[in-house]
Design a protein around this ligand. Structure first.
Ligand code: PFF
Length: 467
């Protein structure tokens, strides 16, 4: 059993680390794509409502549960429930979910690294060709990039919470903000950029239907790194004197601002590429967007700044996505590490080797499920179709289980831990929270309509994807 639990050194350190977790591929790519296809400003509005009225209370619940128990998710549920058998289940789910999400996210991040390297080598034109992506993901070089990426992430994790996770976030996050703003400033000077801005910001409420609203909810939940045990684990590294509501608000605002700003980058670029574009034809998947469409868009930026200029823009973008993905992966891999340390008494190093060994094997299986190995490519029949191992992992752990985990956290905190105890934890470090409207809202919503909404998201997803 580790003797003294490590904590984040400062409140700002915690906020940047948690924002590092939250800001990921979801913000930089999935959000702008979803906004583009789903009514621009209308989608932004719905998304922002979900972030602040639904997701923020869930984040507070996860952080409070972690800080109260000083434990990983498995330990947190066990301890706070007084050893209940039933409540062991969400504890385990909050361990397996991040473990498996990390696996498919690692693979996508490997591709991002590969695209960054190719751009730096002057091959942006090659990346913009239709056939390249398929060839790239099936070439053995992805395994090399996987090793490099694992070394970088686990290198950060090996240095611990304060000197590893927190220090990396303090360096990388400000860099990410500055680079993102720089790119936005650049694309706004391009021809037809304003068409993109107009498209992005002018609301088109006719595009909002049940499916779009469901997607906005799922996107907000994923973007804030909820339901993955991350905020429980990070909460356990928070100091008692820090405000949970205040910090959670800062994380949600940062995450949403980055997603919004990424739209100011992507939309003008798309409309510079093709002012007449029919946005309905854009791919729904982030991977399709990053690896098939964006290279073409970056290449088109060359009028005015030349091939070199376009390559610099593309390289900065891929670097941004890489940094965002690495800080997210660090947070998600910290969850199983915390479990092995807290529950099995392993030291950090041994935990890292154990988790990394299993994740590498699973990530290789995911990477090979795009044609390299037939049985992994058509791995399991879902809704009458054979889906790949990669798609199956994404479907189960990202699309299906996340809202379920969120639902269980809400019910646990309000009905098992009891809201009075939850409130006491929130008031530690934030005495003004006591009796405030926010407090009343958080308690009421977590005990009533938030779990209900998450249940609906869960049911719609199952009905939509499995049948
Ligand atoms: N908040 C992250 C994102 O928007 O991309 C979600 C996430 C994914 C966190 C994968 C951590 C992770 F490893």
């Amino acid at each position: 059993m580790s003797a003294v639990r490590e904590h984040f050194g400062s409140r700002l350190g915690f906020i940047l680390a948690a924002a590092g977790s939250a800001v990921g591929i979801g913000n930089l790519v999935a959000f702008p794509v979803a906004a583009t296809k789903s009514g621009g400003g209308a989608f932004l509005l719905v998304y922002a409502l979900f972030v602040f009225f639904i997701c923020l209370p869930v984040m507070m619940a996860e952080l409070a549960l972690g800080r109260r128990s000083d434990k990983d998710p498995v330990g947190a549920y066990r301890e706070v429930s007084g050893g209940s058998r039933f409540w062991r289940i969400p504890g385990w789910l909050a361990l397996i979910t991040p473990f498996m999400i990390a696996v498919f996210y690692l693979v996508v991040t490997v591709w991002v690294l590969g695209y960054l390297v190719e751009t730096l080598r002057g091959n942006l034109d090659l990346l913009a060709t239709e056939a390249h992506f398929g060839q790239f993901i099936n070439s053995p070089v992805v395994f090399f990039y996987l090793v490099i990426l694992m070394l970088a992430i686990n290198g950060i994790l090996a240095m611990g919470v304060k000197d590893g996770i927190e220090r990396a976030a303090k360096t990388l996050m400000p860099m990410l903000f500055v680079m993102l703003l720089g790119l936005v400033a650049f694309v706004l000077t391009r021809e037809n950029a304003m068409l993109g801005i107009k498209y992005y910001l002018v609301p088109d409420f006719s595009k909002l239907d049940a499916r779009v609203v469901n997607n906005a909810m799922a996107q907000a939940f994923f973007s804030l790194s909820l339901g993955m045990g991350i905020m429980i684990t990070y909460g356990s590294y928070m100091k008692k004197q820090d405000s949970i509501p205040g910090s959670a608000r800062a994380v949600a605002i940062t995450d949403t601002l980055v997603a919004f700003t990424a739209g100011l980058l992507i939309l003008p670029s798309i409309f510079h590429f093709n002012p007449q574009i029919d946005t309905a034809t854009l791919s729904d998947s982030s991977a399709g967007m990053i690896f098939l469409f964006l290279p073409k868009i970056f290449l088109a930026l060359q009028d005015g700044v030349g091939y070199f200029g376009a390559s610099v823009v593309a390289a900065i973008f891929f670097f941004l996505v890489l940094v965002a993905a690495i800080t997210s992966l660090v947070s998600i891999i910290e969850v199983p590490l915390a479990t092995l340390r807290d529950e099995r008494g392993m030291n950090r190093k041994k935990a890292i080797y154990t988790v990394a060994a299993i994740q590498v094997v699973l990530a290789i299986a995911c990477a090979m499920s795009f044609g390299m190995a037939d049985w992994l490519t058509s791995f399991a029949p879902i809704a009458g179709e054979n889906v790949s191992f990669f798609d199956l992992v994404e479907l189960i752990f990202y699309s299906t289980i996340l809202p379920l985990n969120g639902l269980l956290v809400c019910l646990f905190v309000i009905y098992k831990w009891k809201w009075a105890n939850f409130d006491r934890e929130l008031q530690q470090g934030d005495p003004t929270f006591a009796g405030s409207i926010s407090q009343k809202y958080v308690n009421f919503s977590l005990g009533t309509f938030i779990p209900l909404i998450l249940l609906v998201v869960f049911i719609i997803t199952v009905a939509d994807k499995y049948f």
